[in-house]
Design a protein around this ligand. Structure first.
Ligand SMILES: Cc1ncc(COP(=O)(O)O)c(C=O)c1O
Length: 363
């Protein structure tokens, strides 16, 4: 089976993990610090603060920009639930806005009508590894006094107009979950150029204590710290992120060249000013000889893994429909959830396997 995702752990990661095991310092320590310095450099930002998941990163980012009870935060229903749960964790209200049908990212045209005097921020997701429409969203945010949180959990090393993911909003959030483009097993990183936000995130991950004055509790915080063991894995990955990214882009190009003429298959649309890092290579199955689900099954029979991200938009789950959302509210997201299919694109997929995937869909 060609899997839809496959973590690559090499000798270098093992060596770095062993260094930590031998050091006796397993919790947050020098490896976390080194990761933060190197990751900030990669993203071209002043601060990177490591936490223990992408969810924690988004939670900390919301806290740092001051989102709390009574506030509203605009985001999309076509994303992983972890984009939205932290809004609820801060006692605020998620307000959904539909996506664009071609890139699956937030539709700037639809944001204005959702802004109220309670709106505090927009969480823009770089879905599948493609940055959101930064210029349009920044303009809306500036005109309305809103902050922009970039959910870059799927987009390490992506770019918009030459600027790196993680630097595209006021604060950025990454996940190092085991299937992401760069991994630590579980893990997350917050990025920002804002000194105050960075200090608030550092406190938030450590029970409200500042790193300078321990056992002084400034505010509510959590144990969101990353361990040096996880940071060691991430440091090994960071050394290979350029190579991994380039292989994903090459694989995506090969898939697109092979599939773009197939009737009923829409290949991913990449905006001209972005570097899409293909966390997922997602086709739209619409008017093909099989339905999306039939194609998924047929690929499975032929030994090809595929996956649907995401089979039901968030507003149709009980967790959110309880808030009054219903079918028909976000038609572009609802339609996408019925048609999208992600194919293996990760760096372990060989060129022969890519040919096999193309042939399986073409025939
Ligand atoms: C878009 C998006 N947001 C948030 C998250 C949450 O990250 P984590 O699973 O590391 O908590 C993920 C990944 O799982 C994601 O894909």
């Amino acid at each position: 089976m060609i899997p839809i995702a496959k973590p690559i752990i090499g000798e270098r990661e093992k060596q770095l993990v062993n260094e930590v095991l031998d050091s006796g310092m397993l919790a947050q320590g020098p490896k976390v610090k080194e990761l933060e310095e190197k990751f900030a450099k990669l993203c071209g930002v002043k601060h990177a603060i490591a936490v223990n998941s992408g969810t924690a990163a988004i939670h900390a980012a919301l806290y740092a920009i001051g989102v709390g009870p009574g506030d509203e935060v605009i985001t999309v229903p076509f994303t992983f639930v972890a984009t939205v749960n932290p809004i609820l964790m801060q006692g605020a209200k998620p307000v959904f806005v539909d996506i664009k049908p071609d890139t699956y990212n937030i539709d700037p045209e639809k944001i204005k009508e959702k802004i109220t005097d309670k709106t505090k921020a927009i969480i823009a997701v770089d879905l599948y590894g493609q940055p959101f429409e930064v210029k349009a969203i920044r303009k809306i945010a500036d005109e309305n006094g809103l902050k922009v949180i970039e959910d870059a959990c799927q987009a390490v090393n992506a770019e918009y107009s030459g600027k790196k993911a993680g630097s595209l909003g006021d604060i950025g959030c990454f996940s190092l979950y085991a299937t992401k483009n760069m991994i630590s097993g579980e893990g997350g990183i917050v990025t920002t150029n804002n000194d105050e936000y960075a200090e608030l995130v550092r406190r938030f991950r450590h029970h409200g204590q500042s790193e300078q004055t321990r056992y002084e509790y400034h505010d509510l915080g959590y144990n969101y710290r990353m361990t040096d063991l996880h940071a060691a894995i991430a440091l090994g990955q960071l050394e290979k992120i350029e190579e991994y990214t380039n292989t994903r882009i090459e694989n995506a190009k090969m898939l697109t060249d092979g599939l773009k003429e197939v009737k009923g298959i829409a290949v991913p649309v990449v905006n001209i000013n972005v570097k899409h890092v293909f966390h997922q290579y997602t086709i739209r199955v619409d008017g093909y000889k099989l339905t999306r689900d039939e194609l998924k099954e047929e690929l499975h029979q032929k030994g090809i893994g595929s996956a649907v991200f995401y089979p039901k938009p968030l507003h149709l789950h009980p967790h959110f429909s309880r808030m009054g959302y219903k079918e028909g509210d976000f038609p572009v997201s609802e339609n996408a959830s019925k048609k999208v299919l992600s194919l293996p694109v990760h760096p372990s997929v060989t060129k022969e396997e890519i040919k096999k995937i193309i042939d399986a869909i073409k025939c």
